[in-house]
Design a protein around this ligand. Sequence first.
Ligand code: ZN
Length: 312
Amino acid sequence: MGYGDFAMSNSVFGAKALQTEAAAYAWVEARIWPEGPICPHCGGFERISKMRGKSTRHGVYKCYQCRKQFTVKVGTAFEDSHVPMHLWLQAMFLLCSSKKGISSNQLHRTLGVTLKTAWFMSHRIREAMCTVGVEPMGGAGEVVEADETFFGRLEGQPKGKGGYAHKNTVLTLVERGGSARSFHVEGVRIADLAPVVRANVSRDSALMTDEGTWYAALGTEFARHETVHHAAKEYVRGEAHTNTAEGYFSVFKRGMIGVYQYCKEKHLHRYLAEFDFRYSNRAKLGVDDVSRTERALKGIVGKRLTYRTTHH
Ligand SMILES: [Zn+2]
């Protein structure tokens, strides 16, 4: 059971891992347990056998060290769900391969699950896509763009307050030729933006922003800081531009308006994680749809121990 089960089929949806429970479990197990099953109860891996028999559910193992049973779902975001594994993989594949996302309504119709289940599944997958790293973005010789956009409607704020006061503010950091991280922030005061930029961008990077005064002081902390003066209709001056971030916002907005249509403020960060994930794992960086799905699977597992250790 390998990568080929996805890649060698003419239609991805003909792939066994998306069609049958046995193949779906095998596909997930091969990625979560590359060296064989590990008991999530005691950490043991030596005396484990697969339960067989007609009445046995898929992927059940018994550990003879602690005498407990388990499946690969234990300890992952799939654990408390009764959705068949191959449908999880279908949902993950659809969310990972659709550039602007896929609505719960569409998932509900495509997968044949209830709308409520589809909503639950897509939010679980978005959480798995939350892979904001601890490593700083950029570095020596690298360029990071920081830009804000305004989106949707801030709850409890009357419209017509003027400017962007009634909208959500999103700050996005994009490494040119690399990844993106987006944040739902309070506003565009230096107190809202500076801590995020400081916590995520390497000081050795060149920082590109627009002329926002909030960036002037912050910029001095970086190897280089250049601004473009959008108000003066200046968009590009050599290397100084924020077009990469603008490109990110354009995909994000087309997806949010065209596909998702409505999103509660409290969920915005999850949608941002979804768009960040696809951007940071995009085809241009050599990540195809199947490997992107495999990367999302790693997020489903979270911080769970996935390799055998020898300290037992
Ligand atoms: Zn055990």
